[in-house]
Unconditional design. Structure first.
Ligand SMILES: [Fe+2]
Ligand SMILES: [Fe+2]
Length: 313
C-alpha cells in the first residue's frame, strides 16, 4: 500500500539472539520465537517500508553464530535492514557475521529528504587500545547502560551531519537519552551538544529499555521501541510480550509513530509471568546493575529467593 509522500519505517529492537535454536535467557520462549512473531505481525508494514531499523542488543551475549542466524532472518525480509549495536553486542563478531546484501551496519542512509543516522552509543562499554581503536570492555553490558559517544563516533557523526543534503535527520541510538534513565547524557554531554548543534535532527529512535517509553531530549522527541524478545510495561511493573514500532516520516519533518504489541500466546504467557524481583528492584532504582553483578550466585539467591537468571546479571 502506498502512503502518498511519507516514508514508512519499521523498528525492531533488542532481539537478543543466541547461537542456537533452543538457547534462551530468562523467559520461557526463545528469542527466535519472539522475532518470528514480530515479523509475522509486521509483515504488511515491512512490505510497505522503505527500510527496517534494528536498534541494538541484536545478540544476547555476542556469539558469532547468533549474528549469523539473525542475519539469515533479517536478510530474508523484503526491505533493507539497517542495524546498530547495543551494550550486549560484541563489535567484532557482529561486523564479521551479520551483514548481508540487504542487512547493513553502515552509519547513514538517505531516504527521500530524510537522513537516517545510526550512531554507536556504547562508548561507556569501550576502551581505547594502544593501536588507536576502541575495543569492547568485558563489563560493557553494565558499563554502557547509558548512552555515550566516543570522540571518534562523535566526529564521524558531525562529518555526516555537516555533509548531508537531507532536509531532516532521524537519529537512531541503542540507549535512549531520556532524562529519567540517562542522567549522564543530559547537560553538555557529547550527545547533547551534537543534537543541539544540528537542528535538522527531528527525532530520536532507540531501544534498550525493552518498553514503549517516549520523552524528549534537547527538545527532540525520543521514541523507545519494545523488545522483540521480552518487553516490560514499566508503568505497570509487569512483563509484556514481543513488540515493535512503525513510523511515518513526513516531508515537512513531522514524525508519526505507533507501538505494536503482538497478540498471541507469547504475550499471554509473558503477562501471566511474575516480574522477577531483581528486575523490579533494578527498574525501581533499589539496586544498580553494578551491585547485582557484585553479588555471588549464593548471595543473589539468598537475596532474591531465585536463581541468577543469566551469568552476567
Ligand atoms: Fe536489550
Ligand atoms: Fe541494551
Amino acid at each position: 500500500m502506498q502512503h502518498d509522500d511519507t516514508i514508512g519505517i519499521v523498528q525492531i529492537s533488542d532481539t537478543h539472539f543466541r547461537d542456537a535454536p533452543g538457547a534462551r535467557s530468562f523467559v520461557a520462549h526463545e528469542p527466535d520465537e519472539g522475532l518470528a512473531a514480530v515479523l509475522a505481525h509486521a509483515a504488511g508494514a515491512v512490505g510497505d517500508a522503505a527500510l527496517v531499523v534494528a536498534t541494538g542488543d541484536l545478540a544476547d551475549i555476542g556469539e558469532p553464530a547468533a549474528y549469523e542466524r539473525l542475519g539469515e532472518v533479517l536478510g530474508a525480509l523484503p526491505a533493507p535492514v539497517y542495524c546498530l549495536g547495543g551494550n550486549h553486542d560484541r563489535q567484532d563478531p557482529m561486523q564479521a557475521c551479520l551483514p548481508r546484501p540487504t542487512v547493513h551496519l553502515e552509519p547513514a542512509v538517505q531516504v527521500g529528504n530524510w537522513l537516517m543516522l545510526l550512531l554507536d552509543s556504547n562508548a561507556h562499554g569501550r576502551e581505547l587500545s594502544p593501536d588507536g581503536t576502541y575495543r569492547d570492555r568485558d563489563d560493557r553490558v553494565h558499563a554502557a547502560a547509558q548512552p555515550g559517544l566516543t570522540p571518534v563516533e562523535e566526529q564521524r557523526a558531525r562529518a555526516i551531519l555537516t555533509a548531508t543534503r537531507a532536509e531532516h535527520v532521524f537519529l537512531w541510538l541503542h540507549q535512549p537519552p531520556l532524562p529519567e534513565t540517562a542522567p549522564a547524557a543530559q547537560g553538555d554531554s557529547a550527545l547533547a551538544l551534537l543534537v543541539r548543534d544540528f537542528p535538522r535532527i527531528r527525532a530520536i529512535g532507540a531501544g534498550h529499555l525493552h518498553g514503549d517509553l517516549s520523552g524528549e531530549f534537547e527538545g527532540r522527541p525520543v521514541h523507545v521501541c519494545p523488545s522483540s524478545y521480552m518487553s516490560l510495561d514499566r508503568r505497570g511493573g509487569v512483563l509484556e510480550g514481543p513488540g515493535y514500532r512503525t513510523y511515518r516520516l513526513h516531508p515537512d519533518g513531522r514524525v508519526d509513530t505507533e507501538v505494536h504489541t503482538v497478540p498471541g500466546p507469547l504475550t499471554d504467557t509473558m503477562r501471566a509471568t511474575p516480574m522477577p524481583v531483581y528486575l523490579a528492584d533494578l527498574m525501581a532504582g533499589r539496586v544498580t546493575g553494578k551491585e547485582l553483578r557484585a553479588l555471588s550466585d549464593a548471595e543473589f539467591e539468598a537475596r532474591y529467593g531465585e536463581r541468577r537468571p543469566m551469568p552476567r546479571v
